[in-house]
Design a protein around this ligand. Structure first.
Ligand SMILES: [Zn+2]
Length: 95
């Protein structure tokens, strides 16, 4: 689905979600029913799930506007050093 914009002279911009290529040059304004002409903009394709779209928007925003925090985040838990499972490696000297 793609999002198409239409402008009514009285009520401004309204949006229609239609299959790609199915946009008409004119639709009826949802508020008054008078003809609203299509407005051409950069493509704004629907990415489906709003939660996913919000995550993508937030991720892109942090590129230029990192979130302000009052303290550093929690320290990551320290992991134990990996233990060799091969018995031959256990006999090697340890640092
Ligand atoms: Zn209108």
């Amino acid at each position: 689905m793609a999002l198409y914009l239409y402008r009514c002279d009285e009520h401004g911009i309204s949006e229609r979600s239609l299959p790609m290529g199915m946009a008409e040059r004119q639709v009826a304004c949802p508020s008054c029913g008078s003809p609203a002409a299509r407005v051409f903009t950069a493509p704004r394709l629907s990415l489906g799930d709003p939660a996913r779209r919000a995550l993508i928007d937030r991720t892109e925003r942090t590129r230029d506007e990192p979130a302000v925090v009052s303290s550093p985040g929690p320290r990551p838990a320290r992991r134990a050093a990996p233990v060799a499972t091969n018995p031959a490696l256990r006999r090697l000297p340890r640092p």
